[in-house]
Design a protein around this ligand. Structure first.
Ligand code: SF4
Length: 495
C-alpha cells in the first residue's frame, strides 16, 4: 500500500488491485469477528481498542495521505467521538437506533432513514420519517402497502424510485427471508434493491455494529481535507483510497457512532463553503488546516520584514512522496489556491452542461355527470428511468423543437393511441410553457389539453431540481390559466 503512495509514477495500474485486496482482507477479518456476536449488540464497555490491529492496517512507508501511527488514529477517533457525544443532533432515527432492541426493527428504522437522506437534507427528512414510521413501523407493514400508498407518502421528497426500492426490499425480506433483515454490509448490498455500498455500510454499522467505515459526501470532504487528497474525488483511485481510510479509521468499539460522527462533522463543521476549523475536534490531524496555518505564518514573517529569499512564494504542500506524480495530490495544473484555504479540498470534475429535453404534455379533463366533479386523465410512466412508475398527464418526449401545428399532431396521435377515438384534434389548445429543473436532466415540456376545458402549455426541465421558472400563461378563451392549476389534486383514476 505504502509503495503505491510513494511510487505512483510507474505503478498506477496496480493501485486499485492492492487497495481492493487490502480492503477486502480488512473487511473480511472484521466480519468474521462480528459473526461471533450472534446478532447481539455487545456492551461497548466490554471491548477495548486494539492497537495491534490498527498497526497492521497502516501503510508502511508513505503516510502523507493516511496516518502516521496507531496513536494518531486512536487520537482522531477519541477526539471525534468525544465531540459527537456533546454536539450530535437529536434525530428520530438516532433515537430508534439506540432504543430499539429488536434487530429487525432497528435495521429497518436505519434503512428507511438512510434511503430518505440520499440527496435530501436532514431538516426535510425528519417530518417524512416520523410520518412514515408512524404508518409503517416495521418491515411487514411496509411490505403489505401498495406502491401508490408508498408514492403518496413519498410525495414531495423527490427521487421516487427510492421509495419504490424500499418497498420492494421490504417485500423481499418479508417473503424470502421470513422478515429477517440481512445483518452484514455485504449481504445488505447484495440482497436489497437500492442499497449500494454506502447505504449497506451505514445500516450494518449503525444498526448491527459491524466494524466497517462509510464514505458519503460529508465523509469525502472531511477525509480529503484531513489528508490533503486533492485529485478528483469521484475518480476510482480516490474513491478506493477514501474507503480504505474510512475502514482504517472506524472505531472498533462504536463503529456506528463513529460513522455518524464523521458525517455529522462534515454536515455541521467541515461544511463545503464555510468550514469552522476553529471548532473542529480533529483540527490537529488536518493537513489542509496545517497548510493554511503555515501560509499565515509565512505572510506574518513577510510583514515582519523577513527577506524574500527565506520565504518560498508558494506554499510547500507537496510533501507527499509521490514526487509530483501522486494520483491523490492536487493536480499540478490546478495547484493550491491561497484564497480557498481548506476549501482547496475536495476537488470535483467540471460539471457537464445540463441536458435540455422537450416534452409535449396534454391535460385532458372532463366533468363527472352526477356531481360535476372535474376529472383528469393520467397515465403511468415506465418502470425505469426518470420518475419511474409515477402518474402523469399524457406526454411525448420530443427529439427536437417543433412548430405548434406539428406539436398538435404529435400529441393527438399519442392521445388516440391511449384513448382511441374519444378525442378530436380541434379540441387541442396551446396554453404555454413551463421550465423545470432536474438534477440529472433537463426537460422542456409543452402542454396541450383536450376535454371540456381545454388547456395547453409547455414545460422545460433543466439541471437541478430547484423549483420552477414559469413563463406567463397565455390567454385561453379570455381566461388566464395557471400551469399549477393542472397539478391540483383531483380524481386520479383514468377515464
Ligand atoms: Fe475540516 Fe477544518 Fe476540521 Fe480540517 S480543520 S477537518 S478543514 S473543519
Amino acid at each position: 500500500m505504502l509503495q503505491l503512495f510513494s511510487s505512483f509514477t510507474n505503478r498506477k495500474t496496480i493501485l486499485m488491485d492492492i487497495i481492493m485486496n487490502k480492503m477486502k482482507a480488512s473487511v473480511k477479518s472484521r466480519r468474521t469477528s462480528l459473526k461471533r456476536k450472534e446478532n447481539t449488540i455487545m456492551s461497548p464497555q466490554k471491548k477495548k481498542p486494539c492497537f495491534k490491529q490498527i498497526k497492521e492496517e497502516l501503510p508502511k512507508e508513505n503516510i502523507y495521505h493516511t496516518f502516521k501511527n496507531p496513536g494518531e488514529i486512536y487520537s482522531f477517533r477519541a477526539s471525534l467521538l468525544s465531540w459527537y457525544d456533546k454536539n450530535k443532533r437529536e434525530l428520530p432515527w438516532r433515537r430508534m437506533a439506540l432504543s430499539e432492541s429488536n434487530l429487525n426493527k432497528r435495521g429497518y428504522a436505519v434503512w428507511v432513514s438512510e434511503i430518505m437522506l440520499q440527496q435530501t437534507q436532514v431538516a426535510t427528512v425528519i417530518d417524512y420519517y416520523n410520518k412514515w414510521m408512524l404508518r409503517w413501523s416495521n418491515l411487514q407493514d411496509l411490505a403489505k402497502a401498495t406502491l401508490e400508498e408508498v408514492n403518496q407518502m413519498w410525495s414531495g421528497l423527490g427521487y421516487y424510485s427510492r421509495g419504490k426500492r424500499l418497498h420492494e426490499g421490504a417485500q423481499k425480506i418479508s417473503s424470502e427471508f421470513k422478515g429477517e433483515m440481512p445483518r452484514s454490509a455485504e449481504e445488505l448490498q447484495k440482497l436489497l434493491p437500492g442499497v449500494g455500498r454506502y447505504t449497506a455500510a451505514a445500516i450494518a454499522s449503525i444498526a448491527f455494529e459491524e466494524v466497517i467505515g462509510v464514505v458519503d459526501g460529508n465523509v469525502t470532504r472531511v477525509l480529503c481535507r484531513a489528508k490533503a487528497i486533492g485529485a478528483d474525488c469521484t475518480s476510482p483511485t480516490v474513491t478506493e483510497a477514501l474507503w480504505m481510510l474510512a475502514n482504517t479509521l472506524v472505531d472498533l468499539v462504536r463503529p456506528g457512532d463513529f460513522n455518524q460522527a464523521m458525517m455529522e462533522l462534515g454536515a455541521t463543521v467541515c461544511t463545503p463553503k464555510a468550514p469552522l476549523c476553529a471548532e473542529c475536534p480533529v483540527q490537529t490531524h488536518c493537513r489542509a488546516y496545517q497548510q493554511v496555518i503555515k501560509e499565515r505564518e509565512m505572510v506574518s514573517k513577510r510583514l515582519l520584514g523577513n527577506t524574500a529569499s527565506q520565504i518560498s512564494s508558494t506554499p510547500d504542500i507537496e510533501e507527499c512522496g509521490g514526487g509530483g506524480n501522486c494520483p491523490l495530490c492536487l493536480p499540478e495544473k490546478e495547484p493550491w489556491v491561497s484564497d480557498l484555504g481548506v476549501m482547496n479540498f475536495p476537488r470535483k470534475p467540471t460539471k457537464k452542461p445540463p441536458r435540455i429535453e422537450h416534452t409535449l404534455t396534454c391535460v385532458v379533463t372532463r366533468r363527472r355527470d352526477n356531481d360535476d366533479t372535474e376529472e383528469y386523465f393520467l397515465v403511468q410512466r415506465p418502470n425505469s428511468g426518470l420518475l419511474a412508475g409515477m402518474w402523469e398527464f399524457p406526454s411525448v418526449l420530443l427529439r427536437t423543437e417543433v412548430k405548434e401545428k406539428k406539436q398538435k399532431c404529435i400529441i393527438f396521435d399519442r392521445l388516440t393511441e391511449l384513448m382511441g377515438n374519444l378525442v378530436t384534434d380541434t379540441h387541442l389548445q396551446n396554453i404555454g410553457e413551463v421550465f423545470r429543473l432536474f438534477k440529472h436532466s433537463s426537460v422542456n415540456e409543452k402542454q396541450l389539453a383536450k376535454g371540456e376545458k381545454l388547456q395547453c402549455g409547455s414545460e422545460k426541465h433543466e439541471g437541478k431540481q430547484k423549483g420552477r421558472k414559469r413563463r406567463a400563461p397565455k390567454e385561453v378563451q379570455g381566461q388566464q390559466l395557471s400551469i399549477n392549476s393542472f397539478f391540483q389534486p383531483a380524481a386520479i383514476k383514468p377515464l
